[in-house]
Design a protein around this ligand. Structure first.
Ligand code: SF4
Length: 221
């Protein structure tokens, strides 16, 4: 295992994830939580969530799905209707165009969001993170960890991702080398919940953190 905190063997990492998984259920839901088993909704939420806070993503998703909750109905909306529904998201203009394109591509795929990662990645506007999270949340399928800013920050603090590793492919490789596969599916969900509520970017709440005893960064500012 490469570049891991010397105190962390696989047993320790498993213990950390067992604790995090148990405690995560008591933390607020993510914007994806209402859409488990719903691939279309999961994909749209992932598109909306880029560079947008969770509560804004949830608000915009709820407004948009009230107007249209399937690709056929959504492709019947005007750009102005979509834009107005998602106006609280960052980059709402480009996300409106992404949503229009994605709906067309789904309709051309017999109305289904692909359940295959390569096929989903072939959709314009769908990158690796969106594909991984859509497949995990929508289809319960995981062959990779969904990586975002919370996952990276917490992993670095926990000593399971070396600070020197910067590129996304290398981060993906490193985390998947160090985190047991049984936790890949839940890793993003767990770390987003903890990253928002406990291991926050500034002034993490180490004093209430359930993995305090395992963390080499405890007490960090
Ligand atoms: S102890 Fe502090 S820095 Fe470490 S994971 Fe918990 S909140 Fe984050």
């Amino acid at each position: 295992m490469a570049q891991i905190n010397e105190d962390h063997d696989q047993g320790t990492i498993t213990s950390i994830f067992q604790i995090l998984k148990t405690c995560a259920t008591e933390l607020p839901d993510t914007s994806l939580s209402p859409y488990v088993g719903m691939p279309f909704h999961s994909l749209i939420v992932c598109l909306l969530s880029t560079r947008t806070r969770e509560e804004k993503t949830s608000l915009c998703a709820t407004r948009l799905f009230l107007l249209a909750d399937n690709p056929y109905a959504m492709s019947g909306l005007s750009r102005d209707e979509i834009r107005e529904a998602i106006i609280d998201c960052a980059f709402y203009n480009s996300k409106t165009e992404q949503i229009v394109k994605v709906c067309k591509q789904i309709i051309n795929n017999e109305g289904k969001v692909p359940s295959n990662k390569d096929k989903l990645l072939s959709f314009e506007g769908v990158g690796p993170k969106i594909a991984i999270l859509t497949l995990a949340n929508g289809y319960g399928y995981t062959e990779d960890i969904g990586i975002d800013t919370h996952v990276i920050r917490m992993s670095r603090r926990l000593g399971i991702l070396d600070d020197a590793i910067k590129s996304m492919p290398k981060i993906q490789y490193e985390l998947q080398a160090n985190i047991p596969k049984e936790y890949w599916y839940d890793c993003n969900n767990i770390m987003v919940r903890f990253g928002r509520e406990v291991c926050t970017p500034r002034k993490p709440k180490c004093e209430i953190c359930p993995i305090y005893g395992y963390c080499p960064s405890k007490g960090t500012e």
